[in-house]
Design a protein around this ligand. Structure first.
Ligand code: AMP
Ligand code: ZN
Ligand code: ZN
Length: 397
């Protein structure tokens, strides 16, 4: 009797295993192609992305100001604008820690939860709800925010090749159901890199676009081979605009540089007066300038939704699109491309594609904070209060 039972059990097991494979629950994959300007999708060099867009939905994401990498990656996974999520720039100073500066290139600061804990990102909320998350890079994902990290995460390393990033994601999906992630992020920097170095209209940008497109094609094929259903949200954090040395505003022509601390320079400048120089700095900067507008942080135009967080510098100067604000010699070559301008600049608009998400057609231009409620709806996890109104999530059928 027992032997017969064991035999039956042995016969049944593979069938059960196969049945479970057939019932794989869908994974939601949030893919960021850093600096993929919305209109790059119309260049005719993205067969995979264009097919996903045609089968699913496409649109344009309006980044939050400042149109930089860290503030916008965090906006999309929190639904909050930088003023409310606390990552107000790639570089910033908190008045509570005046001698330190957050910078995306400085792991001592960028991995400190102090900077991130003004908001809770999607993977933390998902983990708390029992939805397993795995991040193949995303700003903030390496940080124990509120003490929680994704179940699987990797320390950001730009040298990890794209083939390996895709293989890592597919390996996660090969795991047994109990430890297989339901939420995955994936990040590519090459399009942004090429945009900075060679400008948005360069052959190098097109090569990077085509390469990333091919990687996403390989990911989709790999998922299909596994029989793994997926919802893909493919986004970018901002666009890119051509810059050159003929369009430079030199702050040194307006004020002696010893009077200011330039926390950020480039398409926008974040300026703190050095000790005791407030009046002089305000007088020099808060007057009309060609190709640049400066505001006290509490007098910024309302539509920027920026300036209430104490981490925003005292004076914010925004360059006319295509211009660069410098404080002395440029920290990088000015000729090429840049982002960080007013988020109403059409060249700052970013990629949005949703595939398998219940969205279809052209969703138009939407604020990037709207990615968050859509993401949470796909994960089946209630979203936290945010700045988003839910326009994308509501369009799902
Ligand atoms: P940006 O200066 O706004 O153009 O920032 C883009 C850069 O952010 C890319 O070149 C990446 O190398 C960098 N980056 C992206 N993700 C991370 C991360 N998780 N940690 C540190 N740096 C990152
Ligand atoms: Zn970026
Ligand atoms: Zn960039």
């Amino acid at each position: 009797m027992t032997r017969l039972y064991l035999l039956l059990l042995a016969l049944c097991l593979p069938i059960t295993a196969r049945a479970q494979d057939g019932e794989r629950s869908p994974v939601t994959i949030l893919i960021s192609i850093d600096g993929f300007r919305a209109d790059y999708l119309d260049r005719g060099i993205t067969p995979n992305l264009s097919r996903l867009a045609a089968e699913g939905a496409r649109g344009k994401l309006r980044p939050s100001f400042p149109t930089k990498t860290f503030p916008n990656h965090y906006a999309m996974v929190t639904g909050k604008r930088p003023d409310n999520h606390g990552i107000v720039g790639n570089n910033m100073i908190d008045p509570r820690r005046p001698s330190e500066k957050f910078s995306l290139g400085d792991p001592k600061q960028s991995l400190d939860p102090f900077w991130w804990d003004q908001a809770e990102p999607a993977w933390v909320t998902a983990e708390k709800a029992g939805v397993r998350s795995a991040t193949m890079f995303w700003p903030g994902s390496e940080v124990a925010i509120g003490g929680t990290r994704p179940a699987d995460w990797l320390r950001y390393d730009r040298h990890v090749g794209y083939e390996q990033r895709i293989a890592t994601v597919l390996d996660w999906m090969r795991r047994p159901a109990a430890i297989r992630p339901a939420f995955v992020t994936l990040y590519f920097e090459a399009v942004d890199d090429a945009g900075h170095r060679f400008g948005p209209d360069s052959a190098e940008v097109n090569a990077a676009i085509a390469d990333v497109d091919g990687r996403i094609g390989a990911l989709v094929a790999g998922l299909a081979d596994l029989g793994q259903p997926a919802r893909l949200l493919i986004v970018a954090d901002h666009g890119m605009r051509a810059t050159d040395e003929s369009r430079v505003i030199q702050l040194a022509d307006l004020i002696d540089l010893a009077s200011i601390i330039a926390v950020e320079v480039g398409p926008y400048a974040a300026i703190e007066p050095a000790a005791g120089t407030d009046d002089r700095v305000a007088q020099a900067l808060l007057k009309p300038h060609a190709h640049m507008t400066c505001h006290r942080r509490d007098e910024l135009p309302k539509q920027l939704h920026y300036g209430r967080n104490p981490r925003v510098a005292a004076i914010i100067c925004i360059a006319e699109p295509g211009w660069s604000i410098l404080a002395g010699p440029p920290p990088w070559p000015v000729k090429g491309g840049a982002h960080g301008y007013d988020n109403r600049d059409p060249e700052m608009l970013a990629l949005f594609i949703a595939h398998g998400s219940g969205l279809s057609g052209d969703v138009g231009t939407v604020d990037n904070i709207e990615v968050y409620p859509l993401l949470m709806a796909l994960l089946g996890v209630p979203p936290l209060a945010s700045d988003a109104v839910g326009v994308l999530a509501e369009r799902r059928r």
